[in-house]
Design a protein around this ligand. Structure first.
Ligand code: ADP
Ligand code: MG
Length: 678
C-alpha cells in the first residue's frame, strides 16, 4: 500500500520535540547561550519559537529566528502563522532582503541571517529582542558565522550584555547534527540540548554514470531523470526527492520528466499497481511562494510525488512522505576563485557529510532508499569529507565593512568559529580601500558609512553612490535593482522557442542604441514600467514578469535608502564635467574598475586585476560575437564552466579607468594587515 503522510504525521504534537517542551523552555530560561540539536524534521524551527512564545518570552521583546536561506524564512513563517492561526505579518512575520512582512504586532519574527546582521548594525544591543535563535547553524553560512562571533563577543560578558537592555538576551543556536561540542566550547561550554529523533534505515546505492572524470560535465541532469523514472516504474509507492543544483537545471529536468512520464503505460510499465501517476514539482530559492506551498501537500491518492529540488530540501525544509532520494552528487556553490580573484558560482561535488544528509531525507517516516548517480570511486576521490564553511571560501568584503562599522577594528582576531584565511581578510580590506570605504589606516571613511547602508555588493554600491553624487541616480538605481533579483530573461527549453526568445532579447538590446548589457537592463526596466500592460509587455518580450515586479520593489527600497542618506549634511555631491552621454558608463566604472578586461586576441579578453585571467563574453551578452571594435570592457560577474565567461558586459574607454586601475596594485597589504590587528 502507498505510504503517504496523513495530516496526523505533521501534527505539532506528534513531533519528537513536543515531549521536551517544558524542559526546553526551562533550559532557555537557565542560561544565556543554549545549543539545540536534533534530526532534521524533529520540529526545531517551527515548534521551539512557538514554545517560547507560549512561555511568555515575547513580553520582554520579540523572538527572532534566523535562517540562512530566504525561502526557508518565508515558508516557515507561513507555516507557523498557520499553526498559530494568525495572519502572516501580524503576530508572526518574516523579513528577508527587500521583503519585509512584519508589523508593530510582530512578536515572532523569522528572518534571514543577513537581516539580523543589519539590525545589529542599527542596534548592537538588539534591544527589541528577548530571544535570538540562530537556526541551521550547521550550514555555516557567512552571515550566521559572523553573528555567532558577534553574539559571543557582546553577550558573553554579563556587564556588556545588559548595556542598552533592561534584561539579558537569550541566545539559542540550533543545528541539525554535528559539531555540538565545538559550538558548546565556543560559547563558554554552554549547555547542549539534544532532541532524540527517530530515524529509519536508508540503503544507499552507487550508480555508474558519474565517475571521477565527470567533475565538469553536466549530463547528470539527464541521468537523474533516468534514475527517477526507474524508481517510479520499479519501486513501491512513496514519494521521490531529486537533488540538483539550480533553477535552470531543475526546470530542464522537470520538462524532461514530464515528457517521459507522458509515455508511461501504467498497465504494463509500472510495478506497483497502486501507483497511477506522477506529480512533478520543482523547488528552488526564487520560486513563487504559492507554488512552494504545493510541495508540502500530499499528492492525490494513487499519485506519486516527485520533488526536484536544490540543496534547500537537505535540511532547511522537510517534505513529508519522501521514501526515495535521487542524488546528483553536485551542488551550486559560491566560491572565491583564486584564479579569477573573485567569487564565482560553481557547480562542485558535494561533501560526503552532505551526501549522508541528503540520503537521510528518505528515512523520516519509514525505511527508504537513496540512489546516487555517481560511482563509489567518485565518492572516494572527488567528494571532500565535510563542506567548507562559507567564511573560508567566499569574499568577505561586505561583512568586514559591517564589522568595522560596528567598531570591530581587529578583524583578524575577531572570535570566528572557524577562522577565514588571513589572505581572504586582507583581500577584503584591500577591496574596501580600493572602493574608498576605508582609509589606509583601516578606518571607515564617510563613504564607507554610506556604503554599509546598502544590501548590495560594495562595487555596485560604489557606482550607485557615484551616480547619486552626480544627480543621475535614475540611471543606476534600476540597474542595481535588476542585478539584485533573479535573472529576468526567460530561456525556454525548446530550441525553437529559445531562438524566438533570443531574437526578442537581441531586439531589446538593440533598442538602447549602445551595445551595453547594463543599458539593456535599464531600458527593460523603464520600458516595462511605462507600459500600460506591463505583464503583457513582459510576455511578448520573454521577460519574467515576477522577477521584474521584484526589481520595481527593490528599486523603490534602494531609492528610499538613498534619499535618507542624501539628507545627511555631509552627503558628497559633485559635478560632472565630461560628456553627458558617457555619464552612465563612467559611473559604472567607479564601481567596476576591479572587473575590467582588455581584449587580448580574437575573442579572448584578459582581466586587469593582476590575475590576468583569460575570459570570454557569455552568449547571453549583447556583445557576444559582435563584430565591433572592442578593446576594453567592464563586467558584472564571472561564470566558470569549461571556460571562464564574463556576464553583463559593457564597453568602456581606457581613459575612464586609467586613474583607477593603479589603485588595484598600489595598496600595501602589509600596512593594512598591521592595521587590521590593532
Ligand atoms: P526541524 O527544524 O527540526 O528540521 P521543522 O520544524 O522544520 O523541523 O519541521 C517539523 C515538521 O513540520 C516537519 O514534519 C515538516 O514537514 C513540517 N512542516 C514544516 N513546514 C511545513 C509547511 N510549510 N507545510 C507543511 N508542513 C510543514
Ligand atoms: Mg529546521
Amino acid at each position: 500500500k502507498q505510504t503517504r503522510w496523513t495530516p496526523k504525521d505533521c501534527e505539532p504534537k506528534q513531533l519528537p520535540i513536543y515531549q521536551h517542551k517544558n524542559k526546553l523552555i526551562q533550559a532557555v530560561r537557565n542560561s544565556t547561550f543554549l545549543i539545540v540539536t536534533g534530526e532534521t524534521g524533529s520540529g526545531k524551527t517551527t515548534q521551539l519559537p512557538q514554545y517560547l512564545h507560549q512561555a511568555g518570552f515575547y513580553k520582554d521583546g520579540k523572538i527572532g529566528v534566523t535562517q540562512p536561506r530566504r525561502v526557508a524564512a518565508i515558508t516557515v513563517a507561513q507555516r507557523v502563522a498557520q499553526e498559530m492561526n494568525c495572519t502572516l505579518g501580524r503576530e508572526v512575520g518574516y523579513q528577508v532582503r527587500f521583503d519585509d512582512c512584519t508589523s508593530q504586532d510582530t512578536v515572532l519574527k523569522y528572518m534571514t541571517d543577513g537581516c539580523l546582521l543589519r539590525e545589529v548594525l542599527a542596534d548592537p544591543a538588539l534591544s527589541q529582542y528577548s530571544v535570538v535563535i540562530l537556526d541551521e547553524v550547521h550550514e555555516r553560512s557567512l552571515n550566521t558565522d559572523i553573528l555567532l562571533g558577534l553574539l559571543k563577543k557582546v553577550f558573553s560578558n554579563p556587564r556588556e550584555a545588559t548595556k542598552g537592555r533592561s534584561f539579558p538576551l537569550k541566545v539559542v543556536v540550533m543545528s541539525a547534527t554535528l559539531e555540538t561540542n565545538k559550538l558548546s566550547s565556543f560559547f563558554n561550554n554552554c549547555p547542549v540540548f539534544e532532541i532524540p529523533g527517530r530515524v529509519f534505515p536508508v540503503s544507499s546505492m552507487f550508480g555508474t554514470a558519474v565517475g571521477p572524470k565527470d567533475v565538469e560535465s553536466t549530463f547528470y541532469v539527464k541521468e537523474v531523470v533516468k534514475v527517477a523514472l526507474d524508481v517510479h516504474t520499479s519501486e513501491k509507492a512513496g514519494d521521490i526527492l531529486v537533488f540538483l543544483t539550480g533553477q535552470s537545471e531543475i526546470e530542464r529536468a522537470c520538462d524532461l520528466l514530464f515528457e517521459k512520464a507522458e509515455n508511461i503505460d501504467y498497465r504494463y510499465d509500472v510495478q506497483d499497481r497502486t501507483v497511477e501517476g506522477l506529480l512533478i514539482l520543482p523547488l528552488y530559492g526564487s520560486m513563487p511562494t504559492d507554488q512552494q506551498r504545493q510541495i508540502f501537500q500530499a499528492p492525490p491518492p494513487g499519485i506519486r510525488k516527485c520533488v526536484v529540488a536544490t540543496n534547500i530540501a537537505a535540511t532547511s525544509l522537510t517534505i513529508n512522505g519522501i521514501k526515495y532520494i535521487v542524488d546528483s552528487g553536485f551542488v551550486k556553490q559560491l566560491n572565491h576563485n583564486s584564479r579569477v580573484g573573485m567569487d564565482v558560482l560553481e557547480v562542485v561535488p558535494i561533501s560526503k557529510s552532505e551526501a549522508q544528509q541528503r540520503a537521510g531525507r528518505a528515512g523520516r517516516t519509514s525505511a527508504g532508499k537513496c540512489f546516487r548517480i555517481y560511482t563509489k570511486e567518485f565518492w572516494e576521490k572527488c567528494m571532500p569529507e565535510y563542506t567548507i564553511p562559507e567564511i573560508q571560501r567566499t569574499s568577505l568584503t561586505a561583512v568586514i565593512l559591517t564589522l568595522k562599522c560596528l567598531g570591530v577594528h581587529d578583524v583578524i582576531r575577531f572570535p570566528y568559529l572557524d577562522c577565514p584565511e588571513e589572505r581572504f581578510i586582507l583581500e577584503a580590506l584591500k577591496q574596501l580601500y580600493q572602493f574608498d570605504a576605508i582609509d589606509r589606516r583601516g578606518r571607515v571613511t564617510k563613504l564607507g558609512e554610506l556604503m554599509v547602508e546598502f544590501p548590495l555588493h560594495p562595487g555596485l554600491t560604489r557606482a550607485l553612490l557615484k551616480s547619486a553624487s552626480l544627480g543621475c541616480q535614475d540611471l543606476l538605481l534600476p540597474v542595481a535593482a535588476m542585478l539584485s533579483v533573479e535573472n529576468i530573461f526567460i530561456r525556454p527549453g525548446q530550441p525553437d522557442k529559445q531562438k524566438e526568445a533570443a531574437k526578442k532579447h537581441r531586439e531589446l538590446a538593440a533598442k538602447t542604441g549602445s551595445m551595453n548589457d547594463f543599458a539593456t537592463l535599464l531600458s527593460v526596466f523603464n520600458s516595462c514600467k511605462s507600459s500600460d500592460r506591463p505583464s503583457g509587455w513582459c510576455k511578448e518580450n520573454w521577460i519574467h514578469w515576477r522577477a521584474l515586479k521584484s526589481a520595481f520593489s527593490v528599486e523603490t527600497q534602494l531609492r528610499e535608502i538613498l534619499l535618507r542618506l542624501q539628507q545627511r549634511r555631509d552627503f558628497p555631491f559633485e559635478t560632472f564635467d565630461g560628456n553627458k552621454s558617457e555619464l552612465f558608463r563612467q559611473c559604472l566604472c567607479t564601481g567596476y574598475f576591479t572587473n575590467v578586461a582588455r581584449r587580448s586576441f580574437g575573442k579572448v579578453f584578459c582581466t586587469m586585476d593582476g590575475h590576468g585571467s583569460m575570459v570570454h563574453i557569455h552568449p547571453s551578452s549583447s556583445l557576444f560575437e559582435q563584430d565591433i571594435e572592442l578593446n576594453w570592457v567592464i563586467f558584472h560577474d564571472v561564470l566558470v564552466t569549461s571556460k571562464m565567461y564574463i556576464r553583463t558586459v559593457c564597453p568602456i574607454r581606457y581613459e575612464w579607468v586609467k586613474d583607477l586601475l593603479p589603485k588595484l596594485h598600489e595598496v600595501d597589504v602589509y600596512e593594512l594587515s598591521s592595521v587590521a590587528r590593532q
